[in-house]
Design a protein around this ligand. Sequence first.
Ligand code: NAD
Length: 498
Amino acid sequence: MEDVGHFIGGKRVPGKSGRAQDIMQPMDGTVRGRVALATKAELREAVENAKAAQPIWAATNPQRRVRVLAKFLELVHREYDELAELLAREHGKTIADAKGDIQRGLEVVEVCLGAPHMLKGEFTDGAGPGIDTYSMRQPLGVVAGITPFNFPAMIPLWKIAPALASGNAFILKPSERDPGVPMRIAELFIEAGLPAGVLNVVNGDKEVVDAILDDPDIKAVGFVGSSPIAQYIYSRAAANGKRAQCFGGAKNHMIIMPDADMDQTVDALIGAGYGSAGERCMAISVAVPVGEETANRLVEKLIPRVESLKVGPSTDSTADYGPLVTAQALERVKGYVDLGVEEGAKLVVDGRGFKMQGYENGYYLGGCLFDHVTPDMRIYKEEIFGPVLSVVRAKNYEEALRLPNEHEYGNGVAIFTRDGDAARDFASKVEVGMVGINVPIPVPIAYYTFGGWKASGFGDLNQHGPDAFRFYTKTKTVTSRWPSGVKEGAEFVIPTMN
Ligand code: NAD
């Protein structure tokens, strides 16, 4: 049993609130430890530490700052296996998938090694007579990130790396369900040479989140989680004058055109729909075959593949996916499957009865597949976040395109086709932030930006890539004149370029 407190001032500190929550091991339903839930006063302690450390960090030249990131990369590689196992045990995903979670985070750290270039300002020589104009990017000061359970390495790193590279101090409030890896990340940063106080981790729930949102010294908040909370965080942070970028839930469609290679399509759908037990914001949860014949061929090939999915404990290297994150998540997802049946969708593969031998208390659900789902059903409108795929049959391309376009969420989408013209039209017209063409999970690589549209994203800048440096810095523009010769006296008319 491990007691997880907070990470403040460069070291682990115990929680003082007297409030704590169990950290579960989803694969067998045992309790691994307890995580402290911080109070406003504990958050304040982290902010004071961050405030004191930030000016020195900001004054460290950017090349030296990114050397700490480079060393951190080296340290993570040293203990990749241990980190992946810890992640898998707290989250439930398989160890192989946990490695991917860490890797996609490290890729953003790698891109942030280029921060000295990204942070360069602009310069115009001779913008007017004897006048030069230049801009510089300066850090915001103390910034915070609030992250979800489903990528406990990747999403914290997407925020920490660009924020630190830009000269900010950072306060992370990770998910209370899997705080182990975020705490270890903070320790590794200190070992890599980050000054104490520049990165703090405060564990907790709504109480500490609200304290972050109201703290006058926190200048920006980056959030990832479900849409209702994303919208709440965005509104409260903005009302308090903070920058906020808040990413929410998803319902990602995959359009399957009649000319798509059906074997490739089914392979892609199986991985994207059921990998990580469907607990990915970029998981495909809706398959949209175009035309009856395509739909029949798709469902016929999908059924045996869903039936033969290998569900297993997180430590089983042959498992396709592991348990869901909590008993409540399992109940919620099963509830959606019951609801789909009540709503009249056809449950062609029912995974509700699945039991994992030897792990009877784990939170397992077999793969579920619905056919004949319609847009008015709640199982279509709402995010299920489990190993449940819905097939919505579309008569033609136009009807298929309308589905993601009219859906409340707009995170990811994919089209499978051999027709370049259809793919091009789709990429241009679809109202979704990230598009895959014969790619089921189009998470952009680290030097592009990641962000959904509509109810999947609140705020104007995306995560990672160039947007991250814009989000974590403010621009200062300097107009500079060094007069020479005789003074001409005061000017009362606004200077223009006429
Ligand atoms: P969640 O919204 O329950 O929690 C996210 C964070 O918010 C956690 O740190 C949690 O402690 C905090 N929180 C929860 N309830 C709160 C409240 N009432 N007030 C203040 N803070 C609160 O999300 P989750 O279950 O951890 O993660 C799954 C969700 O995240 C899914 O909806 C998924 O689609 C989404 N997600 C989105 C992206 C993206 O990039 N768009 C990426 C990953 C996950």
